[in-house]
Each structure stands twice: as structure tokens, then as C-alpha cells.
Design a protein around this ligand. Structure first.
Ligand SMILES: [Zn+2]
Length: 223
């Protein structure tokens, strides 16, 4: 894989696309499709970690009602969304346990805190909004980056998986125009898009390999 990638990185973009198509169409020898992940939802005011303190009683009851909504939607969508994410990423989240600290929906917060902990509180801008973005935060636990270049590539890939493809498969619609909520990722996302479209055609997807592949294209993606 590494050798193929390095070779690909020196060729022009057309042959890179051919290369990625071949790479991702290789049959897999080990395929696991077990659902064993667990996601718990906790009102942020009930935990030691209190990123947003809900002093106001009304706000707290709003948060509790919102928690029920988020959890109900998550459970309702879980089987379908899991299958989509599993197919798109090749990740089975085997034995993964995540905790979502739900805050007031007006706090407009969505963040991966590390150690499989997520903080989430946002108005439902469209159908299945919280489900899509909790998957987004979950993917932050798998696609990591330490510098700005890798951040642009990794975060763009997370967006393509969840904010765009998962949303499209759950709700219909199309990708573009891209939302401008993270303007710093727009350019990288547009450049990754042709590779992403090829990746989507492959039968045996592996998002970590795809991320590594895109990192070898840094200069191509950045220029
Ligand atoms: Zn993110």
C-alpha cells in the first residue's frame, strides 16, 4: 500500500485516480461487520466535566428535553446510520464506547474532547442533524491530526463522510454548494472531492487508508 501510494503521488492526477480505484477495489480478506459500539448520553450538568454550566433552571430543563430528543433520534437512526458509516469507512467501532455530554441546544457546540468523549448541543438545523454530527465527532476519534495541513485533509474527510454523504443518504439532496460553516476547509474539500468520488465507487472502503493516501497528495491538494 505505501509503495503504491508513493508511486501514485508522483504521477498526474488522472493516473492517481486510476490508482486509487484499483487500490480500493481490491477484495478484502478480513471483513468484520459486528455492531458492538455503545453511545451513552449524559446531561452536561450531571457530570464532573462541566464545559457549560447550566445555572438557569429553564435552561437545564431545555437541555434535559433536548437530550431526550438527541438520544431518541440517535437510537431511531442508529442501525441505518451505522451501516452507512461502516460501509463508508470500513470501521466497525468494535467495543468502542462513547459518551456524549449534551448541553443546551442554544450553546451551538460540537466538539470531540478526547478519550471517546463528545460535547454536543446545537439546534436541529435540518432533519437528523444531531445524528449526523455525533457521527462527525465520533470520527474525530479515529481520524487524528497534529498539524494544520493534516487538519485540513482529515477534517475535510470527516465532513465528506458525515456532513455530506451520510446526510445525503439519510435525507437526500446533494453536496454542493458546500456549507460555509468551516471556511478554512472549503478549498481542501473541493480538491479532495474527485478522489472522494472515486473512493465512493470502491467496494471495500478503508477511511484510514484513504486519509493516508490524501496526505501523500498534500502538495497537490494545497496548490
Ligand atoms: Zn469536526
Amino acid at each position: 500500500m505505501t509503495a503504491t501510494i508513493q508511486k501514485a503521488a508522483t504521477k498526474n492526477s488522472k493516473s492517481m485516480i486510476q490508482n486509487i480505484r484499483e487500490e480500493y477495489n481490491k477484495p478484502s480478506k478480513t471483513k468484520k461487520r459486528t455492531i458492538s459500539m455503545e453511545v451513552s448520553f449524559i446531561c452536561s450538568g450531571n457530570e464532573d466535566r462541566k464545559p457549560i454550566v447550566e445555572k438557569d433552571k429553564d435552561k437545564l430543563s431545555q437541555t434535559e428535553a433536548y437530550l431526550k430528543l438527541v438520544e431518541t433520534n440517535w437510537r431511531k437512526n442508529f442501525e441505518k446510520s451505522y451501516k452507512i458509516i461502516n460501509e463508508l469507512t470500513g470501521l466497525d467501532f468494535k467495543n468502542d464506547k462513547f459518551t456524549v455530554f449534551v448541553t443546551n441546544p442554544n450553546s451551538n457546540v460540537g466538539h470531540y474532547l478526547g478519550n471517546n468523549k463528545i460535547i454536543w448541543g446545537h439546534k436541529e438545523k435540518w432533519e437528523n442533524y444531531s445524528t449526523v454530527y455525533i457521527w462527525h465527532e465520533i470520527l474525530h476519534s479515529k481520524i487524528r491530526y497534529n498539524n494544520e495541513e493534516d487538519h485540513q485533509i482529515g477534517h475535510s474527510i470527516i465532513e465528506l463522510v458525515t456532513d455530506y454523504e451520510l446526510r445525503k443518504r439519510l435525507n437526500g439532496g446533494k453536496y454542493e454548494p458546500f456549507e460555509k460553516s468551516r471556511p478554512m476547509l472549503l478549498d481542501a474539500k473541493r480538491k479532495i472531492l474527485p478522489y472522494w468520488k472515486e473512493y465512493l465507487k470502491s467496494d471495500d472502503k478503508n477511511i484510514i487508508k484513504f486519509y493516508k493516501y490524501c496526505k501523500t497528495l498534500k502538495s497537490h491538494i494545497r496548490n
